[in-house]
Design a protein around this ligand. Structure first.
Ligand SMILES: NC(=O)c1ccc[n+]([C@@H]2O[C@H](COP(=O)([O-])OP(=O)(O)OC[C@H]3O[C@@H](n4cnc5c(N)ncnc54)[C@H](O)[C@@H]3O)[C@@H](O)[C@H]2O)c1
Length: 272
């Protein structure tokens, strides 16, 4: 059911790789809620061609941009304003990748060139996007900017590797920009910390089934599906959340506030 929550709003949605991607669901819902937006992903991800289908169903254009490349980002923000006919009301950063995690390098044996890439792709890219937007004065008053995070920023999940450090940096960047853009332009900047979700990025983590199953049993509501994460993002892009900024918002079925559940305890209790 659509409510017209984003009627007349313009935005940029990054990170829609395939129909499992959280960004893909955000794009579908943003379209249903009346938004106009540009889709973007790394040029290498475009080769798979999936994003063209999403562009067609949502009536969007695509501007490729490697999120670690400032000149690509400049073209993305100026091109989006030109194509959409004005400043942007929302931006989604849905980008993450760790070469160390992908190639099985553990946290105590990191390749430091890859570590830099992890931080650049998964966190600094958010700073780059905001800096570019700010320099171009591309964000409309009361615009809402979101990035997707994970609770490994606060707690240890051993196989999440250097992505944990990237998420901690990402959340800090949201606060730092949220302060500046809030004062200057009434713009809000937040991160949404999502449950483990079956996507290409999620499944790339060793032992993802274990992560997923454990979180499922540790969350009173169960793991939050991608589409519900997208619904939450839409609410944060809407005018219903104008005073929410500089927050890391857990969208995790209660996982982050749960010490233990009866399901998890049952694994350790001796039968009586
Ligand atoms: N899947 C999960 O369990 C989970 C949980 C919490 C948070 N997140 C976060 O959600 C976000 C989206 O991930 P997803 O799960 O939808 O997976 P996904 O694999 O569908 O999306 C990740 C996207 O990052 C893009 N990307 C990688 N390098 C890039 C670059 N240099 N420039 C531009 N784009 C680049 C990929 O092309 C892809 O579209 C990520 O930040 C991820 O860390 C995922």
């Amino acid at each position: 059911m659509a409510f017209g929550l984003l009627k007349g709003k313009r935005g940029i949605i990054t990170g829609a790789l395939n129909d499992q991607s959280i960004a893909w669901k955000v794009a579908e819902l943003a379209h249903a809620e009346g938004a106009k937006f540009v889709l973007s992903n790394a040029p290498v991800a475009m080769r798979m061609g999936e994003i063209n289908k999403l562009a067609e169903t949502t009536g969007s254009s695509i501007i490729p941009a490697d999120a670690t490349n400032d000149s690509d980002l400049e073209k993305l923000f100026s091109g989006a304003q030109e194509q959409l006919g004005g400043k942007l009301d929302f931006v989604l950063h849905s980008i993450g990748m760790s070469p160390n995690v992908r190639k099985g390098r553990k946290y105590d044996d990191l390749n430091y060139d890859w570590y830099k890439q992890t931080l650049d792709i998964s966190a600094m890219s958010f700073h780059r996007m905001l800096q570019t937007a700010n320099k171009q004065d591309a964000l409309a008053k009361n615009a809402s900017v979101l990035a997707l995070s994970y609770i490994a920023a606060q707690r240890v999940f051993p196989d999440y590797g250097d992505m944990a450090d990237a998420k901690a940096l990402l959340e800090s960047i949201a606060r730092s920009w949220g302060y500046r853009l809030g004062r200057e332009k009434g713009v809000r900047v937040n991160t949404v910390s999502q449950s483990p979700t079956m996507t290409t990025a999620g499944a790339g983590i060793k032992g993802f089934d274990g992560f997923f199953g454990f979180a499922q049993q540790m969350s009173p509501l169960g793991n939050a599906p991608a589409v519900d994460c997208a619904n939450y993002c839409i609410s944060l892009f809407s005018d219903l959340t104008k005073y929410v900024t500089m927050q890391n918002l857990f969208h995790d079925g209660g996982f982050s506030s749960t010490g233990v559940t009866h399901e998890v305890m049952a694994h350790f209790m001796k039968e009586e």
